[in-house]
Design a protein around this ligand. Structure first.
Ligand code: BEZ
Ligand code: FE
Length: 312
């Protein structure tokens, strides 16, 4: 019986070096990377190559489709610049960013789930005292009074914890996207009091579309997907010796929550926005109509770190 060159090499204990068939390509590439000194890089690249090759074999990509895919990746790079990252957006709409977030943010011991930092986080948010209002303009929108407690996983309240928030306006635009909003409108840093409590005043945010003028927009259109994220407020909650929590709290609008274009809505991150249609608020002396949102956060012991702002 005739034995293939690859079989002869394998029986001689050698890695294949010449292509025999589509499976030998994968083994040859893995062998070429086998001397990678960093063991983590060796493992990650080996896994990546095996899965990408497996994908190509499963999808039976044609030459034209492969060329189109490479062109698409190049277009993601060309559409990326200092104030916009189309590569990250592609990872977001394919669920990659959310999968990494879910994998790396356990909810063990009652820890609050994490959510995407997103592309609109900016450094130097104004520092406010608890109870202050983060709205710097007089744009219309119903007031929203947000309050809660920051605790550790053992239940103890965390005094002096940082609670940083940012959100889109009632028309669905962040300050940096909207020439009508003052710089760093709807952004703010607060500190919890001695009982771990925080509270602040804002306006009810609206959902908004992710940018659709690049290749990701073309992909969403081809997939007949809308580009919207449901209304949410971003939070960073941090305290020394606790793992920093980067998360989002979503408005309870069921039809919108179920089709977030970035797949970012964790069941435990849906807040209840209660409409008050008469009287005045318990704090802040806000006349009805207004909303309240009560949301607590639980941090686990670990390292306090701060994310790098993706834009200025
Ligand atoms: C955001 O929540 O700000 C966001 C996240 C991913 C893509 C676009 C926006
Ligand atoms: Fe957002």
């Amino acid at each position: 019986m005739e034995t293939s060159f690859e079989t002869q090499q394998a029986s001689a204990g050698l890695c294949p070096v010449l292509i025999e068939d589509e499976h030998s390509v994968t083994r040859i590439v893995e062998a070429a990377m086998a001397n990678t000194a960093d063991p983590r890089l060796r493992f990650v690249m080996g896994s990546l190559v095996r899965h990408l090759h497996g994908f190509l074999r499963e999808a039976r990509l044609t030459d034209a489709e492969f060329e189109f895919a490479l062109e698409f990746l190049a277009r993601l790079g060309h559409a990326t610049h200092a104030s916009h990252n189309e590569v990250v957006l592609a990872a977001d709409v394919l669920g990659l960013s959310t999968l990494v977030t879910v994998m790396n943010n356990s909810t063990r011991d009652g820890r609050t789930p994490g959510a995407l930092l997103g592309p609109f986080y900016r450094a130097n948010a104004p520092r406010y005292a608890c109870g202050d209002c983060v709205v710097q303009d007089d744009a219309p929108g119903l007031p929203l009074l947000v309050s809660g407690t920051v605790r550790a996983t053992d239940g103890s309240p965390l005094a002096g914890a940082l609670v940083e928030i940012w959100q889109a306006s009632p028309v669905g635009l962040y300050d940096n996207q909207d020439p009508n909003q003052p710089d760093r409108n709807l952004r703010g840093c607060f500190q919890t009091d001695e009982s771990g409590n925080y509270h602040f005043r804002t306006v009810r945010p609206a959902g908004y579309p992710v940018p659709t003028d690049g290749p990701v927009g073309t992909l969403l259109a081809a997939q007949q997907r809308h580009p919207y994220r449901p209304a949410h407020i971003h939070f960073i909650v941090a305290a020394p010796e606790y793992r920093t929590l980067v998360t989002q709290v979503f408005a309870d609008e069921p039809d919108k929550l179920e089709s977030d274009v970035t797949f970012g809505v964790h069941r435990q991150l849906v807040g209840t926005l209660r409409l008050h249609d008469h009287g005045r608020s318990d704090w802040g002396d806000v006349p009805a109509p207004f909303y309240t949102l009560q949301f607590d956060f639980t941090l686990e012991p670990g390292q306090q770190t701060f994310p790098k702002p993706p834009i200025d």
